[in-house]
Design a protein around this ligand. Sequence first.
Ligand SMILES: NC(=O)c1ccc[n+]([C@@H]2O[C@H](COP(=O)([O-])OP(=O)(O)OC[C@H]3O[C@@H](n4cnc5c(N)ncnc54)[C@H](O)[C@@H]3O)[C@@H](O)[C@H]2O)c1
Length: 458
Amino acid sequence: MPFEKNILCIGAGYVGGPTMAMIAAKCPQYKVVVVDINPEKIRAWNNGPLPIYEPGLDEVVNKARNKNLFFSTEIEKGIKEADIIFVSVNTPTKTFGQGAGQAADLQYWEKTARQILAQSDRCKIIVEKSTLPVRTAEAMERILNNNPKGLHFEVLSNPEFLAEGSAIRDLEKPDRVLIGSHETPEGLQARRELVEIYANWVAKEHIIESNIWSAELSKLTANAFLAQRISSINSISALCEKTEADINEVAYAIGTDSRIGPHFLKASVGFGGSCFKKDILNLVYICQSYGLTEVAAYWESVVKINEWQEKRFVQNMLANMFNTVAGKKIALFGFAFKAHTGDTRESAAIYVTRWLADENARIVITDPQALDNAKLDLADIKEKIEFETDPYRAAQGAHAIALLTEWPLYRSLDYARILKTMAQPAFIFDGRNILDHPKLFKMGFNVFAIGKAALKHF
Ligand SMILES: NC(=O)c1ccc[n+]([C@@H]2O[C@H](COP(=O)([O-])OP(=O)(O)OC[C@H]3O[C@@H](n4cnc5c(N)ncnc54)[C@H](O)[C@@H]3O)[C@@H](O)[C@H]2O)c1
């Protein structure tokens, strides 16, 4: 039986891989091909272990792989055969030229558009899955539709809202799927085709349709709002530390207000991840380019508070460890930017490690999933760092533990056993507020949490 639709996804990363695996698993009537320029990644998607750690991903991939889900490096062939092409390549912050440090680097995106055009001999629907600056579809359409072949490409915006660590749950039961198109007959027809794909498992009331610019801007705005909540609570955590208010109590008290809600009110060492900072800076750049200086400054402050929070965390370590960490062993519990992922992009742990290395501390990093990525992130200072899978061994002889990722396993460790093996006085800096601080203090630790009074024995 031929497949009803041929779907291609360009980019087999954190978004392309899981999203396409879910579509294939839910829609056996479609053929889904995921292509990438990175052969190593494709080999891993085909033969395992999968190139990313994501709970539940193995099962979804196994269900469909080599039945209606295929991973390949044959990009040109994939384009030729496809009816619908999702583009999920990376869109990092530009590091050169105009807009460096803020604007999105769209070179991978534009290359993909040109490649689609070169390989196509019939009209296709192109779906923006990557997070892009508002009005990128306009540029994409100019490249695609100014062609001598007389082909028409309809561009849709279908931003991805999954969160790493819960990607499979988010894809299976999304709060919403957002699909933006032009409101022309061709645009609306293409929109219907994409709605039809998701409607195989997502209830219609969770599929939001909009104009294409709203869809593009909604993704940047959603990330800006989420990050803004973290920076807001983190800014208040600093005030708590000065006033003996407790940030968890404040967060709970304000979160019960239904207008505010309880989510994303957890104070921490700072947000990381590949998206928040990049997307906000992108928003800032767009606002500046439209002359909206005040709007740009408002959103930029969200990133500034985050950087300040990371810095505050390490300064607090130094101040409380008698103003020197030189030669002291410090165990970092967690390196991933959040629990349940091996992703370390923009993790606060990178900043903390580099700063401690500059202070000549002896650093040992432990993490259940992120050590391979940590080694790559810190390749230039690798002689200053040890990597250890076992947290008990990581803490042996350490002067301090800094908990940087909220892995549940760190909550259930035997800290009395750990304390006995550490240098005294022993310090714990809980950058995620997940430990039982009074209990640790009673055991003999000096405990420093975010947004709470310090518990010190001296
Ligand atoms: N990671 C997330 O949680 C998340 C969530 C929502 C949206 N997004 C957005 O989705 C997009 C992709 O993010 P990601 O985390 O999957 O990135 P990623 O770096 O994990 O994956 C991108 C992949 O695209 C491939 N690629 C780049 N250029 C290519 C080309 N010309 N042809 C074929 N493959 C190419 C890369 O080799 C890489 O494997 C970004 O715009 C990001 O902002 C990410």
